[in-house]
Design a protein around this ligand. Structure first.
Ligand SMILES: Nc1nc2c(ncn2[C@@H]2O[C@H](COP(=O)(O)OP(=O)(O)OP(=O)(O)O)[C@@H](O)[C@H]2O)c(=O)[nH]1
Ligand SMILES: [Mg+2]
Length: 224
């Protein structure tokens, strides 16, 4: 988090993490489509020719609260391929919240697990702990055959502390829920540790309201 009290400016960094091809870049592309152009910067991506993220993607969002606070969200994705661990560590530095995008296919179970271990280790190397980091989990690719059952996901959700979302990122399903869930969890945590509410005169509810006002779909009358 970066704070500029004089300018009443607050920047929050959110990172989309997860194994290769789980749909991190797709999530950002969908969010880019959901947010009104005034509040949304350019989606910056750096891919190889086969669409694999090489370094990271960055989507900057900005909006103003009713109280005149200038809020910026910086959404990053990490490159999921195993060889890019040093890059993932770099992207994770100073993260305020993490969305872990898991691939629902049973064949990807091991890759999800090792990516979660990699996340914990890379956080640790940045002096951050997974126990105190706001984390949400998304089970993506729910449209495919051979995926974990809903019952299995419910069971995982009941056992873990992280909020769990289901998604079909290519269709925009579950993308906003994951993003808003992560943003609210992150705000609550930052507020708890830095007392943002009283320093800036904005409650969690008012913060979320200013954000959702800039989402096209919600403005158009509801979720997809
Ligand atoms: N069927 C299906 N395909 C999806 C879904 N989400 C993403 N994909 C596809 O999965 C492939 C990988 O998606 P990306 O968003 O590039 O994955 P990534 O996590 O950014 O991958 P890396 O950058 O290599 O880490 C693409 O072909 C997407 O179209 C989904 O919900 N369902
Ligand atoms: Mg990618």
């Amino acid at each position: 988090m970066q704070v500029d009290f004089a300018q009443r400016e607050l920047t929050i960094k959110l990172v989309y993490y997860g194994p290769a091809l789980s749909g991190k870049t797709t999530n950002l592309q969908q969010i880019h489509g959901f947010v009104s152009p005034v509040s949304c910067g350019r989606l910056m991506t750096l891919d190889t020719r086969d669409d694999r993220t090489l370094f990271f993607d960055l989507l900057p969002l900005q909006f103003r609260s009713d109280t005149g606070l200038h809020l910026r969200l910086k959404l990053f994705t990490v490159p999921g391929q195993v060889m890019h661990t040093a890059t993932r560590r770099l992207v994770l530095s100073n993260a305020d919240g993490v969305a872990f995008i898991a691939d629902s296919q049973l064949s990807e179970t091991r890759n999800n697990a090792s990516s979660f271990v990699d996340l914990r280790e890379n956080l640790r190397q940045n002096g951050l702990a997974i126990e105190t980091m706001p984390v949400v989990v998304q089970f993506n690719k729910r449209d495919l055959a051979g995926v974990r059952s809903d019952a299995e996901i419910d069971d995982l959700a009941a056992r873990g502390r992280e909020p769990v979302y289901r998604a079909i990122a290519t269709q925009g399903v579950g993308v906003l829920e994951t993003f808003l869930g992560l943003t609210e969890l992150t705000w609550t945590s930052l507020d708890h540790h830095h007392d943002l509410g009283s320093k800036f005169g904005i409650s969690a509810a008012a913060f979320m309201l200013s954000l959702t006002r800039h989402l096209r779909v919600l403005g158009d009358g509801g979720h997809r």
